[in-house]
Design a protein around this ligand. Sequence first.
Ligand SMILES: Cc1cc2nc3c(=O)[nH]c(=O)nc-3n(C[C@H](O)[C@H](O)[C@H](O)COP(=O)(O)OP(=O)(O)OC[C@H]3O[C@@H](n4cnc5c(N)ncnc54)[C@H](O)[C@@H]3O)c2cc1C
Length: 462
Amino acid sequence: MGSLSGISLLVVSACTTPAPRPRPTVTLMPSVVPRPDGFVRTAWTDDPFARGAFSFPRVGSTPEDRIAMRQSVDDRLYFAGEATAEVDPGTVQGARASGERAAAEVQVAAEPGERIAIIGAGIAGATAARRLSDDGFSVVVIEGRDRAGGRIHTARSNNWPIPIELGAAWVRNIDRGSLADDLMRLGAEVTAIVSTKDARNLTGAAVDLGSVGSQAVATAMMWASTQPGDVTLEVALRESGAADLPNEPESSGVSQATLLEHYLAADITAGQGVDPDELSAWYATDPLLATGEGDRLVTGYDALLTELLEDLEILPSSAVVNVTSSERGVALRLARGDSLSADRVVITVPLGVLQAGTIEFDPPLPFSNRGAISALGMARQEKLVLRYDTAFWSTDAVLWATVGGDADFPLWVNLEPITGEAILVATMGGDTADRLAKYTDAELLDAAMASLVPFVDPDHSV
Ligand SMILES: Cc1cc2nc3c(=O)[nH]c(=O)nc-3n(C[C@H](O)[C@H](O)[C@H](O)COP(=O)(O)OP(=O)(O)OC[C@H]3O[C@@H](n4cnc5c(N)ncnc54)[C@H](O)[C@@H]3O)c2cc1C
């Protein structure tokens, strides 16, 4: 117990760095959260082939930017990827549809049998490649990583009892398209989450989240919609008065102000990977990545890629650094030095990669494409996955929320009720994700374990 108390102290000091917020004085229970038997953490923002998680409507951007950024250039360069999708941007659904759309655009301009290069073997690139190859074009897929899938990353390891989704894990907006059906046909587990969120305060008492947070955000957005220009969600919450909520704790021990704070931390920052001070109040629901009733949790997302890429020519570990286009075609230079040419190219790299400028375009992309690329935002979202041999909790809720403490880990997904394995997944977003990315593994685990104290079954013995 001595060392466990030490952990608890370390955690409390590590988690109190951000600007102080008014919060009730709470005595943490002694930390009895056991160390996980395995863990994995993601680093999407530092990943040179992602540079973030998914696109979001940054203040000042508009949905038309997605159309502008995908305008083909001289019928030689075409663009796909989730950021170019008007419907369901930021999702697998949107990325897949963008691959179909780009392939259809190429088909209009290309002669039969032309050589088409696809940059990126994520779901958008794989979808476009499959379609164009099936239609008789000579297709090559050029991928910077040593694996396909991009932001679909199903990690399979002998140390883990089930595949772990380090990127996309949910089918969003299941009613739009056949994605869930396709996944099930390919043998992936696709589960509807029926349980409601188990929300607790720091002492482990149940908290009714109600609709305080979502109502305040709706009020703020309504106010913003009457303003002459777009503002951030943070400004809209403040200026509209929607954030003026009582600070006095209610019967569950948390105040309405704390409920709003939790909603912003869980549903906006962690759920959408965006802080309220960067999110457009005009377009904040696009994409709405907070978990909704029409969503399904997936284990085995990579099955999609395996099917799409079968028998296609793929060049792995081949980062493209230069795209030179002319009337005759397109030349691509790779980071390792060699070049290849094609008649046309479909560029599916993430928005964050385009923003970073690691691919040089010659001639430069038109202002309209570049303006749209810089206007949209790239969300920052990371995951921490903890594996336990036996559960230390007794709730069978899949979604957990911790309310009223430090907001670093406001949201957990408990995979035990749906997989039988004691695995917990935390989602961190925005500036919080950036700050936690600097933690050592030991510091991150300590902080995560502290946030799980409210969920410890009192009968569990360490
Ligand atoms: C943590 C996280 C959680 C998510 N959760 C969900 C979810 O639950 N549900 C959902 O629907 N969506 C989710 N998403 C979003 C979803 O994963 C993406 O929208 C989708 O996978 C994007 O597909 P894409 O083909 O557009 O891009 P990518 O999958 O990123 O494909 C682009 C490819 O281009 C490659 N590339 C990059 N630069 C170069 C270069 N210079 N040369 C060659 N190749 C290059 C990359 O390696 C990558 O393979 C999540 C994403 C993340 C990161």
